[in-house]
Design a protein around this ligand. Sequence first.
Ligand code: ATP
Length: 715
Amino acid sequence: MAWSHGSLALKMAAIRDDLILEGEFELLAKKKLTHRVTLTRSGLFFHLVSNSSTTYQEKCVKISDIIGCHGFEQCLNVNKSTSSAHHGSSSEYKNGEAKPFRYIPQNTDASACGFVVFAYPFKKKLFSNKKVRTKQVLVFEVPTDSVELLDKRKTVAETWRNIINCLSRGLPVNVNDIASCVPPPRGRMLLLINPHSGPGKAYTIFKNEIAPLLFEASIPYKTIVTEYAGHAGELMKTINLAEWYGVVIVSGDGLLFETINGIMQRDDWATSVKFPIGCLPAGSGNALSCSINYAAGEPVDSFLVLHATFVLVKHRVVPMDLVVIHIPDRTLFSFLSVTWGIVADIDFESEKYRTLGEARFTVGAIKRIIGLRSYKGRVSFLPVAEYMAKDGTGSSKVLAKVRRLSLDSRSSSKGTFNSEDSNSSLGCNSKIFVAQSERQLDSVGGAGDSFVKTGVVTTGGDDSCDLHEDSSGSGGGDAGQIRKESCEIKDINTTSQDTQLFDSTSSPELDVPPGSINNPGLVDSENTTNLQQDVHLKEHNAQASRSPVNGCSVQHHSSMTIISDAKEISVEQETYHVNKAKSTAVPTPLLHPLDQDVPSNWVTLDGNFILAIAVYQTHLGSEMLAAPDAHLSDGLIHLMMIREGISRNALMNLFLTFDQGRHIYSPYVEAVKVLAFRIEPATKNGNIMVDGERFDPTPIQGQILPGVARVMAIK
Ligand SMILES: Nc1ncnc2c1ncn2[C@@H]1O[C@H](COP(=O)(O)OP(=O)(O)OP(=O)(O)O)[C@@H](O)[C@H]1O
């Protein structure tokens, strides 16, 4: 970008308020040339200092593209110089532990010192319209003539390094006290690498594509290569989580499923479920990686590993929904999907082509469409809004109550599991409610920060919670608090005139500065049992009495008043207390046991299906945007069904629209957002897949656990 003297002055004036540091450095490129460098909250600007009176070549690196900054002091180690970030050779690992590295640029003399910026701005690929992040390394040396003493020059370089690192990690920078802005070291990550994922290249992918970025971002880690199926699950069941910042899976979705289920088998599941999980793609499906990238606005269709690693090093810890799954003999925890019918069969039957990577799904789909079959059974669900069936029988309009389920921790001594739904027949005209609620949440920031959140919450599938987060407090305490001051609920469902209310206190976005503490998602062990011991379910207008479900006993509670259009609406609430004797069970208050009928307020569809899929992330693969309006923590299960009657041609065309998510507009697809579902296959044909793991076609049901898990993503 070229700036004239005048426009440069204007630009400089525009960023003046934002200005943090200014200085002159020698930019080490082919030759050393002195540059004027300006650091603002949004970017690092630099231009050549020249005597020319015409133009400056002004360049800028956006802070949002920077993943790290290192200081260098050449005199310590001139002989080991290298021109790029060095990391990844086998000698640099011992027992999977990464050694600390020092970046040493070439072409500097023995007394050189300065700082190196690692950035990954988007560039357009030649001959394609795709934007891809491309590595940029900028080496700035403090000029020897500007500040005489080496110590002083080192201080200058360290200050720039610290501030750039604070900014790139989203940490606060106090311009009035620059010297005290020192970013805390980043937390140590445990990387689990599955050598059998996808085409079996996970370790090579890690070494060549992931390790360099971890080095550049100064993230310490240890790698463990899994030795057998089930290894990751065992590790997660037994390791001391407090020793780690989080766990990062370098694999496909299968290892992630193992990891999550290992965590959920711990006695302290209620807190360890908040252990941050990162996800880097090395498998054939990589659905969660794609969903995290998609949510972050990063590409999913090219250089997935690079973009996923970029997200990982720039991440914040954000909530993610899980779904508790019941099959006749087991309880499982799912982060992605339950599929039945053709999608499950394609997934399972194409396992044998796993060396093809994602192409296995295309091969499997063609095979299954040619041999198209239907699957007899029953699909039942608890919709969040009015449900209109598409089967053309004429009698299937079902009005369901609008509801929302949230997992809440009401105080440091109590965990609460809430479901709130308003009655669609309340006759309220307004679709806007203001709900005031306050809560104290278990420590999530870990550093004792207190947050104030104000949420404007829109539902109808999109839980886009516009949370203003004001973080104050400098840490030090054990228990952080989140106080939700107000939650305004607007325009709740564009397709329904029903009014609704929910408690959006679940799924707070957690902005935990990586490295500020270990285990940002964990609460202290005293609080650990609370969620298990005292679980409440509040459900407006719930049935007058209900039998105890899964260890929950029912207790009627007080009513709540909602003010809307000056009308007062009283809504009954119900509270479920978990039986303390069964304190280790994850509460599933929306589900009846599998050998009983579903609750009477569910919708049930019988017939022949081509597929029924329950999805809670956007992607099932990089070319399968299965639930385009899903979000990591929208608290919803996106249920889709196709009934028998669709032709092979139409099905093929429908599958071709999957990559853009346009299948949801197809007249053949019934899409409904639900809190819980049950699938009861009537034949032994086919498969049921939970997060890509196969199960026999037996009855299966699931219920959302909104925002209970924590993932490393960018929200
Ligand atoms: N060392 C190992 N040897 C054999 N199997 C392993 C090993 N480590 C992990 N596994 C198993 O490999 C299975 C598949 O792994 P993963 O999901 O990572 O790859 P994938 O199936 O190619 O990817 P995707 O699930 O995205 O299609 C997991 O269920 C896991 O239990």
